[in-house]
Design a protein around this ligand. Structure first.
Ligand code: FES
Length: 142
């Protein structure tokens, strides 16, 4: 495995009911996870537009993680399923846009899964590390 770049930034867009609560539980339980994550709380993963991911990358994030309740557990019925379909479609376009698809990832983490949250963050970071820093939107590359 390549040495991880400690300067990578991952924008984590988390549904408040499950993934945000899981990340919060990791914090209160002192489950240490990489500090590269910047958390953005949304009501439901179904609220996440591909524009959010583009904006995060444009603003300097190296990767974007969208995380919500497990299938069947969404507090708004099927927002997470909509998010999954939306992100699946979006990822088919990323290469065309010059964005490595590894930079955008999705996961399900419940409010009780602090250990899973840690594991997801480490996996996302390792994957983004393989494609390196995000230079897509640096001056002269737009
Ligand atoms: Fe968590 Fe919809 S409320 S994904």
């Amino acid at each position: 495995m390549a040495k991880r770049n400690d300067d990578l930034v991952i924008a984590a867009i988390l549904c408040k009911w499950c993934s945000y609560a899981g990340a919060d539980l990791a914090g209160t339980s002192r489950v240490k996870y990489p500090e590269n994550v910047r958390v953005i709380k949304v009501p439901c993963s179904g609220r996440v537009s591909p524009r959010f991911a583009i904006k995060a990358l444009y603003e300097g994030a190296d990767g974007v993680l969208i995380s919500g309740c497990h299938p069947g557990d969404c507090h708004y019925s099927e927002g997470n399923m909509r998010a999954r379909r939306r992100m699946f479609t979006f990822k088919t376009l990323t290469e065309f846009m010059g964005i490595e698809e590894e930079r955008i990832q999705m996961s399900w983490v419940s409010a009780s899964e602090a250990a899973k949250w840690k594991s997801v963050v480490e996996d996302v970071l390792d994957t983004v590390n393989r494609v390196g820093r995000n230079i897509i939107f640096e001056d002269g590359n737009e």
